[in-house]
Write a protein that binds this ligand. Structure first.
Ligand code: SDX
Length: 429
């Protein structure tokens, strides 16, 4: 639906006619200035890192960074974490409304019936070294899924988009567990339809063919909560990557593989692995001040991993829920004095009282505590970002589907060119 201008911005450029730009209002959050006509006036906008750029319209997730608010289809993340579960949130993200009992049961059963991957896909793993980073494997095997599902690659067919969404949500845990099993030289464990989503994932991660393996309900609940807290987050770098790839008409498996690649970076989804490595490097509470100084030194590339956020200039609401979950899981596991948690809490306290962090409104983000829970569950550090990618899949797919379902254009930003002007060729002598 075309947007109605609520106000007009007037751009006056010295010596030139004033350019009038329409302003549109969203249901929540900042209004936007439509700069589309600037090109015809001979200008581009310039916004490296897209700090002030709204790249699209969306109805899926809203973030108020100043207030630390996160809504999925209008529902606050803390209420979803307390009352909902991961598959129900997947349904909500994809369909816009919570499922009733029958819709919810059908969705769970549908996902269960897509959890296996083609047996040929097993061969893809054999090409990797055993010590390959599991994110490298996930980039490869998720993109390769498009080689197996020619029956559902018509992106203009809503039914194809629906089944692809189900296949990706269902198969990501299977592929994630396979990437772990491959790294430790153990046989792949098949998914089981009698287990819940998170329970099934932990079973595929830690069971062996040699004996029955019971997943702890506490750990299954914690795993489901971690998937839920990672499910979507507006137009972050990896979601924007999925949208940009999707805008070319690429198949959804390739788009999700592109999202996985973007998520891997330590400034984004790789931060959860970075937090544990950072805490390991700090080594003890007595060294925290030294590392706080490093983080504040503009000439030192060291950052406090799990701190700061492009949008949140308040506490990331997911980090609050994650911290509560952390305490619950450690207590239920009988882990009372986890040195890593103690160091993280000491680091958080010191940073939140330090003027450098306060003045820059730097707070813990979703990655700060997640790694401590994952470690307590028994997930190895190199698998942390794979867990993030698995949890984020419904968000990526919902945004891809939202774009493809309506009118869209191929994404093609311009630039401020600072290179050589035209010059005649002459070979160097
Ligand atoms: C995720 O976008 C999303 O929604 C992402 C995400 C999602 O769910 O998809 O929320 C998931 O990616 C969370 C962020 C995970 N990354 C980290 O925890 C890595 C550490 N954080 C930083 O790299 C940084 O905070 C970013 C990348 C997250 C945000 O960077 P910005 O928005 O570009 O901010 P910036 O680098 O311009 O920082 C502003 C100032 C700078 O100092 P000055 O130039 O003003 O002197 O704050 C400083 C930065 O140096 N700063 C930090 C810091 N984060 C920012 N200083 C020390 N430690 C940090 N962590």
């Amino acid at each position: 639906m075309a947007n109605e201008a609520t106000k007009t911005a007037k751009l006056s450029i010295e010596g030139e006619a004033t350019i009038e730009l329409p302003i549109y209002a969203g249901n929540e959050g900042q209004d936007v200035i439509d700069v589309g006509k600037l090109t015809s006036q001979g200008y581009f906008t310039y916004d490296p890192g897209f700090v002030s750029t709204a790249a699209c319209e969306s109805e899926i997730t809203y973030i108020d960074g100043d207030q630390g608010i996160l809504l999925h289809r209008g529902y606050p993340i803390d209420q979803l974490a307390e009352h909902s579960n991961y598959l129900e949130l997947c349904y909500l993200l994809l369909n816009g409304e919570l499922p009733d009992e029958a819709e919810g049961k059908l969705f769970v059963d549908t996902i269960k019936n897509h959890t296996m991957v083609h047996e040929q896909l097993n061969n893809f793993f054999r090409g990797f070294r055993r010590d390959a980073h599991p994110m490298a494997i996930m980039c490869g095997v998720v993109g390769a899924l498009s080689a197996f599902y020619h029956d559902s690659l018509d992106i203009d067919n809503p039914e194809h988009r629906r089944i692809t969404a189900h296949r990706l949500i269902a198969k990501m845990p299977t592929l994630a567990a396979m990437s772990y099993k491959y790294s430790i030289g153990q046989p792949f464990i098949y998914p089981r339809n009698d287990l819940g989503y998170a329970e099934n994932f932990l079973h595929m991660m830690f069971a062996t063919p040699c004996e029955d393996y019971q997943v702890s309900p506490t750990l299954a609940r914690a795993m489901d909560r971690i998937f839920l807290l990672h499910a979507d987050h507006e137009q972050n770098a990896s979601t924007s990557t999925v949208r940009l790839a999707g805008s070319t008409g690429a198949n959804p498996f390739a788009c999700i593989a592109a999202g996985i690649a973007a998520l891997w970076g330590p400034s984004h989804g790789g931060a959860n692995e970075g937090v544990l490595n950072m805490l390991d490097e700090i080594g003890g509470v007595e060294n925290i001040d030294q590392y706080i100084q490093k983080a504040k030194d503009p000439n030192d590339p060291f950052r406090i991993m799990g701190f700061g956020h492009r949008v949140y200039k308040n506490y990331d609401p997911r980090a609050k829920v994650m911290q509560e979950t952390c305490h619950e899981v450690l207590a239920e596991l009988g882990i009372t004095d986890d040195p890593i948690l103690e160091m993280a809490q000491a680091l958080e306290k010191i940073a939140l009282e330090d003027e450098y962090f306060v003045s820059r409104r730097l707070y813990p983000n979703v990655d700060f505590y997640s790694g401590i829970i994952l470690k307590a569950i028994g997930i190895p550090v190199e698998m942390f970002t794979v867990i993030f990618a698995t949890g984020r899949t419904p968000g990526w797919i919902a945004h891809w589907n939202e774009m493809i379902s309506g009118p869209y254009k191929i994404g093609r930003p311009r630039q401020l060119y600072k290179g050589s002007s035209k010059r005649e060729y002459s070979a160097k002598t």
